[in-house]
Design a binder for this molecule. Structure first.
Ligand code: NAP
Ligand code: GDD
Length: 412
């Protein structure tokens, strides 16, 4: 049985990767930080009782800042493959804790490589390093002749996170060249899912739109609406991580969709999933989003809630049916259900970054041609998956409120 070790197993990618490797018959070890709460929500469905003799998922307490602990875990597991996904992965937060990010995201990578070398596992253990499109920094002059970032594009990181990750990139490449280790960088562009951390922009948007649609929240505050990202689905990207370590030769790979979209358009697409059309007015910090129209049928199908007839603008608007009158029973908070003209978005400059990456657009040609990677999700499919996930979560909150319980605020 092949053995894999995943750092960052409690994160978005770690959870999908663990799922994939278990399906493929691997014994999976994961490193989990000690925290005052369980923090295993994303892998709860995979978790097995440690007393089960056929256990194929085992968690170890550890931290990327602790070399002795990493060395001991690697010695115990004797992994065929290590996926180093652990990181403080939030770009904006990296400006608040730059030293910590350097330690975890930069030196943490070195600690893994060095442990494998010290233990004499260089020829046994293949290593995947979670590198990132943040390395490019979005500089227009560094794109290739076709307008994309690829494996040969120069780097220019624009955050402490990016700078720490560039150390991780180069130390991985250096250990490959210096010690002939099978160590690869996956230069992954943004990838999202219903399991995405709640403070990354896509998830912040899908959660807020679900809440606004269900009358749990009035509006959302965002930062730079002009930023463009190349967004894919995390499920497609973890499959690629595995494929990278199965390749004959250790190399570095760009994984992306080749399509870039503004934050503003992501907002539009998320609202569309619940039948709401949003229009934007004003510029810069004064830009705001308003509800332009509501497709009653689509709204009700997506949310399972009725809506006041006067608030929707499709043909059913004038029909005097019973659904409209029962609407008020669905109201569970002081916030209102969506109505035409309602302000649902404002810009808050506190979400701006000291240095921003304006645009990311990757060229996945090498991965597609040489490894046969075919993503299953496009952006519309991704947004749909995320919206369905968040509507389901928020509907539970509606039920809790109806039953007189409290719900978590989870504000940022
Ligand atoms: P994520 O959801 O934020 O997960 C990060 C994981 O790292 C969590 O399990 C976290 O544990 C763990 N971690 C944080 N600090 C650690 C430490 N000091 N020691 C050990 N583990 C630690 O991130 P993700 O989206 O899954 O991304 C996975 C990796 O890919 C990261 O390295 C990220 O930088 C990189 N990446 C992500 C994207 C993307 O768009 N998602 C793109 C390119 C590269 P807790 O649960 O305890 O916090
Ligand atoms: N988080 C956040 N919150 N971002 C916002 C907001 C907001 O309210 N409003 C606008 N944005 C903009 C950010 O300024 C950025 O330009 C863009 O939305 C995406 O931000 P994030 O979703 O936080 O992701 P990121 O691109 O900075 O970083 C993610 O992708 C990298 C790969 O390119 C992270 O997953 C990194 O770990 C990853 O390496």
């Amino acid at each position: 049985m092949k053995v894999a070790l995943i750092t960052g197993i409690t994160g978005q990618d770690g959870s999908y990767l663990a799922e994939l490797l278990l399906e493929k018959g691997y014994m999976v070890h994961g490193i989990k930080r000690r925290s005052s709460l369980f923090n295993t929500d994303r892998i709860d469905h995979l978790y097995q009782d440690p007393h089960d003799p056929n256990q194929r998922l085992k968690l170890h307490y550890g931290d990327l800042t602790d070399a002795m602990n990493l060395t001991r875990i690697i010695q115990e597991c004797q992994p065929d493959e290590i996926y180093n996904l652990g990181a403080m992965s939030h770009v904006k937060v990296s400006f608040d804790s730059p030293e910590y990010v350097g330690n975890v995201d930069g030196l943490g990578t070195l600690r893994i490589l060095e442990a494998v070398r010290i233990l004499g596992l260089e020829k046994k253990t293949r290593i995947y390093q979670a590198s990132t499109s943040e390395l490019y920094g979005g500089l227009p002059e560094n794109k290739n002749e076709r307008g994309f970032y690829d494996e040969n594009s120069p780097f220019y990181p624009r955050s402490p996170y990016g700078v720490a990750k560039i150390y991780g990139f180069w130390i991985t490449k250096n250990y490959r060249e210096a010690y002939d280790m099978y160590a690869c960088n996956g230069i992954l562009f943004n990838h999202e899912s219903p399991r995405r951390g709640e403070t990354f922009v896509t998830r912040k948007i899908t959660r807020a739109v679900a809440k606004i649609a269900l009358g749990l929240q009035d509006k959302v505050f965002l930062g730079n609406l002009e930023a463009k990202r190349d967004w894919g689905h995390a499920k497609d990207y973890v499959r690629m991580m595995w494929m990278i370590l199965q390749a004959e030769k250790a190399e570095d790979w760009v994984i992306a969709t080749g399509i870039t979209t503004t934050v503003r358009d992501f907002v539009r697409m998320a609202f569309e999933e619940v039948g709401i059309e949003v229009e934007f007015k004003g510029e810069g910090v004064n830009e705001k989003g308003f509800i332009k129209s509501i497709d009653k049928e689509k709204y009700e199908a997506a949310t399972g809630m009725n809506i006041d007839q006067q608030t929707s603008n499709n043909e059913n608007r004038t029909t005097n049916n019973e659904e409209g009158s029962s609407n008020n029973e669905n109201r569970t908070t002081n916030n209102e259900q969506p109505t035409i003209g309602k302000e649902v978005l404002s810009v808050d400059p506190s979400y701006f970054r000291p240095t921003e990456v304006d645009l990311l657009l990757g060229d996945p040609t090498k991965a597609k041609e040489q490894l046969g990677w075919v993503p299953e999700y496009d952006l519309k499919g991704l947004v749909k998956d995320m919206m369905q996930g968040d509507i389901a979560i928020m509907k539970k909150d509606v039920d809790l409120l109806k039953a007189g319980h409290q719900i978590l605020k989870q504000l940022e």
